[in-house]
Write a protein that binds this ligand. Structure first.
Ligand code: TRP
Length: 326
């Protein structure tokens, strides 16, 4: 049997090249090899301060952007977490077997409670149990995530093991699948990760060609090549992007020019910007099309939730039965 894939999508609005290369691109490949579930995690998103007036749009935009970038609703199940109430129901059941100490140790909780001192709410503390419920509800085994989520997947394994030993074998233990892609750094500050909160640092997958060229031309490189020594972080970042978006001959040519000291960074940037523009064009077109048909997107999400619920209900019945609740 094909092992099942599950991942959660934060409804953040902008998707940049770092998100695309680090996550979505590998999900697009995985969906053809596994029974895949991609869930827009709105119940996770409300554990930090947010504007309710924006949330509906953020959820919709996340669906549009991910479908435009290649998640295929005919192949994978794409849905919104709050549309499937079994996620919160299983969370409550799993809460009853999760020691508070396990949650207090979570790095993301510690960081976010530092960042949002004014609002360290119970939901933020319980966030990892909701994430475990997301995964275990579908008995998913392969969880493609970034490095920062590995601890949450380990916790999910601990919860699964505890449930199995307490109430009888029920859940497989899921494994994190780390993206093979290199980290993409901020164009204007290559010591930092590309991020939507750093203006000028990122290229969004729906940026217009002129914006892409403009941000690329302003990317930080160095005064000139240093063949034999390590490449500067900014230049290395451009080569990483070149390997992702340009033809192998192009990569080879610029590498040779770098090695011989003949490279002109303005030319590298210009070619790279053109290749990124070309690669993103189909995403932009698909996005425009979907933005013009909100009903189609809503139907995709409704059908996704209907399909997800078939599995979710079955697991929940099994769990409640084992826990003596049915
Ligand atoms: N916490 C994850 C993140 O911030 C998102 C997420 C929620 C998730 N539920 C999940 C990821 C289940 C993998 C599996 O990126």
């Amino acid at each position: 049997m094909r092992s099942r894939v599950f991942s959660g999508i934060q409804p953040t609005g902008v998707i940049h090249l770092g998100n695309y290369l680090g996550a979505i691109k590998s999900w697009v490949d995985l969906q053809y090899k596994h029974d895949s579930f991609f869930c827009i995690v709105d119940y996770h998103a409300i554990t930090v301060p947010y504007d309710p007036a924006d949330m509906r749009q953020r959820i919709f935009d996340a669906a549009v952007a991910n479908i435009a970038a290649g998640l295929d609703p005919d192949v994978a199940t794409i849905f919104v977490q709050s549309h499937v109430p079994e996620h919160t129901e299983l969370t409550w059941l799993l809460n009853s077997i999760t020691p508070m100490g396990w949650l207090g140790r979570m790095t993301q909780f510690k960081e976010k409670s530092e960042q949002f001192k004014e609002n360290v709410n119970v939901g933020l503390f319980d966030y990892p149990v909701l994430q475990a419920a997301d995964i275990l509800l579908y008995k998913a085994e392969v969880i493609p995530v970034g490095e920062d989520q590995v601890q949450h997947i380990e916790l999910t394994r601990d919860i699964a093991r505890k449930f199995n030993s307490t109430f009888g074998d029920t859940f497989p233990e899921p494994k994190a699948l780390l993206s093979p892609a290199a980290r993409i750094m901020a164009l204007n500050d290559p010591a930092k990760k590309m991020s939507k909160t750093l203006p000028g640092s990122y290229i969004g997958i729906s940026d217009l060609p002129a914006e892409i060229r403009d941000k690329m031309m302003k990317a930080v490189t160095d005064a000139g090549p240093t063949p034999g020594q390590e490449m500067s972080p900014g230049t290395a970042n451009l080569f990483t992007l070149l390997k992702e978006f340009s033809a192998p001959e192009t990569v080879r040519r610029f590498q040779e020019e770098y090695d011989s000291g003949a490279i002109r960074y303005s030319e590298l940037k210009s070619v790279l910007a053109d290749d990124i523009v070309a690669a993103l064009a189909p995403f932009r077109e698909k996005r425009e099309e979907l933005l013009g048909k909100p009903v189609v997107v809503k139907n995709i999400l409704r059908q996704g939730a209907d399909r997800a619920r078939l599995y979710a209900r079955e697991t929940l019945l099994e769990v409640k039965g084992k826990m003596g609740l049915l």
